[in-house]
Design a protein around this ligand. Structure first.
Ligand code: SF4
Length: 323
């Protein structure tokens, strides 16, 4: 892997559960519970798991849009959890986010020009209105939209076009890293691949790094260099995308992958149906968090949490099957 631009170490985000008139803390929701991974310059790291597994909370915690409970987030070698507000604001220029819902994430009262100018104004870039307008036109062309539409409102665009505007807004301040939080899951399947191709092209042109968050392994497959599979606030398997698809090690990854359609009619993959729902992160099961749903569960899994092991160079798994 190229030199790590982002290093996330043992990241935790716990939300207190308050009860009673005194609002005493009665427990913790362990939404993110010790997540570690790295992303190199120009690399895409896919973070995958069922909804509610903590992947979006991890993404927001990395940007400090919500304050992490513990852990280290190094960006370009700097621990961003130690930055003060003003320093963090400067750092945000380098780390942007694209949200899942292009309908909700764009201000409906702003024109596209205003939406794209806003981050430039916040970060004091492209000082004059003429320079900003030139940059807005450039950004729209970059994401495949006509600059002539900059004075239109978000509702005048389709879902895919709105997500392109969201991407243009993230690019407006010239970031090095984009956290793409389920950027295509609100879009029609026919439009998804266009937006994925756009993200891929932009990465090549601008040497961007992505943390690509998705609930669907088929979406992250082509865009990710490496993938981390998340379950109940923890990464349970991590490895290069091709290896993970060819030979998933963790029973949870195997179940997720078994649901991904294979384009080759000769290849048949047995569908593994996951039993039950994702347990509550406020009250995770003892031992391996996955054991109540695991087809390979052994006695040890009910009482002892598996260790995180590197089973091959760059290939990690947390499962007693590999002890
Ligand atoms: Fe299944 Fe045990 Fe591995 Fe957990 S540790 S995934 S329960 S085999």
């Amino acid at each position: 892997m190229s030199e790590a631009l982002l290093q996330v170490r043992n990241l935790k985000k716990h939300f207190p559960i308050r009860k009673g008139v005194m609002r005493r803390i009665a427990g913790q929701v362990r939404a993110v519970d010790g997540v570690s991974f790295e992303v190199g310059a120009g690399e895409t790291f896919g973070l995958v798991g069922e909804s509610g597994c903590g992947k979006s909370t991890a993404g927001r915690s990395i940007l400090r849009l919500i304050e992490p409970t513990a852990g280290q987030i190094l960006f370009g070698g700097k621990d961003i959890r130690k930055l003060r507000k003003g320093q963090m604001r400067l750092m945000r220029r380098e780390m942007q986010i694209v949200f899942q819902d292009p309908y909700a994430s764009l201000n409906p009262r702003y024109t596209v020009r205003q939406i794209l100018e806003e981050p430039m104004i916040i970060h004091s870039l492209f000082g004059s209105p003429t320079e900003r307008q030139k940059r807005v036109a450039e950004l729209l062309e970059t994401v495949g939209l006509s600059a002539s539409r900059m004075d239109r409102y978000p509702h005048e665009f389709s879902g895919g076009q709105r997500q392109r505007i969201g991407i243009a807004r993230a690019l407006a301040v010239d970031p090095k890293l984009i956290i793409a939080d389920e950027p295509v899951s609100a879009l029609d399947v026919s439009v998804q691949s266009q937006v994925l191709n756009l993200l891929d092209d932009l990465q090549k042109q601008l040497n961007l790094s992505y943390v690509f968050i998705a609930h669907d392994l088929s979406v992250v497959k082509h865009i990710s260099d490496r993938i981390g599979v998340m379950y109940l606030g923890q990464i349970v398997e991590l490895g290069e995308s091709d290896q993970l698809y060819e030979n998933p090690l963790h029973p949870y990854t195997q179940a997720l992958l078994s649901a991904v359609p294979v384009p080759d009619p000769e290849v048949r993959r047995e569908r593994i149906i996951l039993q039950g729902d994702l347990p509550s992160p406020a009250n995770p099961p003892k031992g391996c968090y996955f054991h109540p749903r695991c087809k390979d569960c052994m006695e040890v899994c009910r009482t002892q949490a598996p260790e995180w092991k590197e089973v091959k160079p760059g290939r990690f798994v947390g499962c007693h099957l590999y002890d």
